[in-house]
Design a protein around this ligand. Structure first.
Ligand code: FAD
Length: 536
């Protein structure tokens, strides 16, 4: 079997590439996906991620750590299904702002500034409020704003004025300290995945094919030129597939560096210890791992006041009622992604732009997070906020320990590894309490259940960030782009040291955009397709 382009992975990066490469050329494209199809009805329902994000059927679990003073470990899940993590994610459409992308250019990667990302966003989006100089109105990704309005969330947003947050209609419309309802990649209350928006239309073209339940074990080289991949199918059969032009790695921030290392590209000592023959030394493969780490808050709501979502879903019968409402009207709690509204704020008042984001939900759970398997909604009304510093500076790593995909990698996130990250997270806690102690939300809440009154000082909050912190599901940096000879990819996303090989996914971002990573990765792939076609 031979194709012009082989795309490894059908997530945010891979799906956009498949569509863009095939729309404007007749080159043959094969997408190879390790996971299975995305046909389960839960993949269409926004809140379906409760059931899919930690399911071994649709996601792959990695273990990160041990890290921090108590040797904590974290389970990191990534989508293992057509659409990748966009099929199981929280659907929050946060785009980042000009400084995040202009910094890429300042750091030596021309062409990746805000003008490029803004142009891509405008082409990608079909925004509920219509087109403008910031938004597109006719793109394949429908972007909707939380609806209907909700009283506890309204009280939260009104109270955010206490920490300087201005109420906005378009949370992606500025870089101010601000609060507003969340934007989701949904269409009339159903999930929009990268596969639905891009891969499926691409597959209607005769020159695009998809292989599912097929894992690329390694990339094949002729000297230093990538000429194909070695694929293992679900049943165990292994075969070679050849690429006439390029192999495009879109496996995501955890799998892409591991695939490069298994294929002989990486740090010499890592490859040698894992028993892999070196093809090209690249010292930063798997290095520079950067991930959000924040704090979780949970409050009880005062009886008799606004009760949020708990009382709508705290029994099987009520859940069925919500389900029926969703089926008829496609709105309400089930139609929303992972957070009802957001607040961008300055934990450190001296920051020149918002340094922290808070994800608010007018619901509380029996455990410490909504991400539990049993959907254990608290019987009593409550609310939750996860808040993390937007641009952490700590860097960890991920590396292979053996030559096969089954060999568990080592992942060291090094959360709060820098003085800067410890300083900011310490300030997040008091700032959040300032908000909940002010305005109408202060009248609605009673007790702070998590982290609770024993956590008082900035040092206490830093400690909580280590052992009970919230990770953001946003690892990146493991195949980072940059101008240096030791950066994994160059500004055209070509892997240094070899030919015919690029990485096009979240792993190439050297630092976090301010927010989440799905929209930026799709915009990155949008432009990457033009670079690939221009180089053909
Ligand atoms: C639970 C969860 C919630 C999230 N919530 C949000 C959110 O609300 N908003 C947001 O912006 N971002 C969110 N994210 C992050 C966002 O979804 C990712 O940043 C984005 O999908 C990254 O795109 P990607 O192309 O790098 O990788 P992915 O989308 O993860 O795609 C990688 C694909 O490659 C496949 N693959 C990997 N290795 C191989 C191989 N060797 N052979 C074949 N196939 C392979 C995988 O199976 C997967 O399908 C969330 C992520 C998770 C996991």
């Amino acid at each position: 079997m031979e194709y012009d382009y082989i795309i490894v992975g059908s997530g945010a990066g891979g799906s956009v590439l498949a569509e863009r490469l095939s729309a404007s050329s007749s080159a043959s494209v094969l997408v190879i996906e390790a996971g299975g199809h995305d046909r389960h009805p839960m993949h269409r329902v926004p809140k379906g991620f409760f059931f899919t994000m930690h399911s071994a059927r649709y996601a792959k679990r990695f273990t990160a750590g041990p890290f921090g003073p108590d040797n904590a470990t974290d389970a990191w899940w990534r989508g293992r299904v057509v659409g990748g993590s966009t099929t199981i994610n929280g659907l929050v459409w946060n785009r980042g702002w000009a400084d995040d992308f202009d910094r890429l250019v300042e750091d030596g990667s021309p062409g990746w500034g805000w003008d490029t990302f803004l142009d891509a966003y405008r082409q990608l989006e079909s925004f509920q409020l219509g087109g403008s100089e910031l938004h597109g109105a006719a793109g394949p990704v429908s972007v909707e704003i939380t609806s209907p309005t909700e009283p506890v969330s309204e009280a939260f947003m009104d109270s955010a004025a206490a920490i300087g947050a201005r109420r906005v209609l378009d949370i992606n419309g500025s870089d101010h300290v601000r609060t507003g309802y969340t934007q989701f990649s949904t269409r009339r209350g159903t999930r929009v995945t990268a596969a639905g928006a891009f891969l499926r239309p691409a597959l209607s073209r005769p020159h695009v094919s998809l292989l599912t339940r097929a894992e690329v074990g390694r990339i094949l080289f002729d000297g230093t030129r990538a000429v194909g991949v070695l694929v293992r199918h679900h049943g165990g059969e292994v075969r070679e597939i050849r690429a006439r032009r390029e192999v495009l790695v879109c496996g995501g921030s955890l799998d892409s560096p591991l695939l490069l290392e298994r294929s002989g590209i990486g740090r010499a000592e890592v490859l040698s210890a894992a028993g892999v023959k070196l093809v090209a030394e690249s010292p930063n493969v798997g290095e520079k791992l950067n991930e959000h780490r924040g704090l979780r808050f949970m409050y009880k709501l005062r009886p008799g006041g606004a009760s949020g979502f708990n009382t709508l879903v705290n029994s099987p019968l009520k859940r069925m009622t919500q389900g029926a409402r969703y089926l008829v009207r496609r709105d309400g709690i089930i139609a929303q992604g992972s957070a009802t509204c957001l607040v961008y704020f300055k934990a450190d008042e001296s920051s020149d732009r918002p340094d922290t984001i808070g994800f608010f939900n007018p619901i509380s759970m029996k455990g410490s997070t909504m991400h539990n398997h049993k959907l254990a909604v608290d019987d009593e009304p409550g609310l939750m906020l996860a808040a993390y510093p937007l641009r952490p500076t700590s860097r960890g790593h991920i590396h292979i320990t053996g030559p096969d995909p089954e060999d568990a990698p080592v992942i060291q996130p090094d959360f709060l590894g820098t003085e800067e990250d410890r300083r900011v997270i310490g300030k997040v806690g008091p700032r959040v309490r300032e908000l909940f102690g002010s305005g109408p939300i202060a009248d609605l809440v009673t007790e702070e259940r998590i982290p609770g009154p024993d956590v008082r000082t900035e040092a206490d909050f830093e400690q909580v960030g280590h052992y009970a912190g919230a990770s953001g599901y946003h690892p990146l940096g493991t195949c980072a782009m940059g101008p240096g000879a030791d950066d994994v990819v160059d500004e055209r996303l070509r892997v240094r040291g070899v030919e015919g090989l690029r990485v096009v996914d979240a792993s190439v971002f050297p630092h976090q955009p301010s927010g989440n990573t799905s929209a930026p990765t799709q915009a990155l792939a949008w432009r990457a397709a033009s670079l690939i076609l221009a180089d053909a």
